[in-house]
Design a binder for this molecule. Structure first.
Ligand code: GAR
Length: 199
């Protein structure tokens, strides 16, 4: 499946997906990496991996114009599936509907807990003992689509948002390639007992 990876910054989840896609047996191939910010560090990583990149700047333009330009890039690259990987721009219901069933996202919390931003600081403030990440289908309501898979980590004494975030991020890199393969139907859905990868 020709897959676009959409990023806004560092691109470490993108790198994990690209690494998985190097395996000929993996069900997805990188069609293009698209960033909505020209200064996203992940663009250089993708280029170094030999993957086509594109910038569709989102700042200072109406959402319709941004999404029309994005759609054009995706069509030109003959994209069949989208993986959002640290893509921090909310997509319109119309764009989401156009890609329904063909677009997934990774979020740094155990949804439905802590949708939105600053998830690690909020998890610490709430005193949760278990935190993690979620890969889910993208639906019109932000961070609320059906869950494909989750990975959990312990919250440890003395954790800061940074230490907790790093522990979660390591599991994001493990979960996302697995969940993309599940989403593409190349692996059976995670059985209920394994729907949370406890690590
Ligand atoms: C990741 O932790 C991802 O889960 C999060 O942004 C980070 C991007 O890091 N995504 C969201 O918060 C989406 N709401 P990366 O660029 O190194 O993959």
């Amino acid at each position: 499946m020709r897959t676009a990876i959409l990023i806004s910054g560092r691109g470490s989840n993108m790198a994990a997906l690209l690494a998985a896609m190097r395996d000929p047996a993996y069900p997805a191939r990188p069609a293009v990496v698209v960033s909505n910010r020209a200064d996203a560090a992940g663009l250089a990583l993708a280029a170094a991996a030999g993957v086509p990149t594109a910038v569709v700047e989102s700042r200072g333009r109406p959402r319709e114009a941004f999404e029309a330009a994005l759609q054009e890039v995706l069509e030109r690259a003959e994209v069949g599936f989208i993986a959002l990987a640290g893509f921090l721009r909310v997509l319109s219901p119309a764009f989401v509907a156009a890609w329904e069933g063909r677009m997934i996202n990774i979020h740094p919390s155990l949804l439905p807990a802590f949708p939105g931003l600053d998830t690690h600081a909020r998890a610490l403030a709430a005193g949760v003992r278990i935190h993690g990440c979620t890969v889910h289908w993208v639906s019109a309501e932000v961070d609320q689509g059906p869950i494909i898979g989750q990975a959990a980590v312990p919250v440890l004494p003395g954790d800061t948002p940074e230490t907790l975030g790093a522990r979660v991020l390591a599991q994001e890199h493990r979960l996302y390639p697995l969940a993309l393969a599940v989403a593409l139907g190349a692996r059976p859905p995670l059985p209920e007992g394994e729907a949370i990868l406890c690590l």
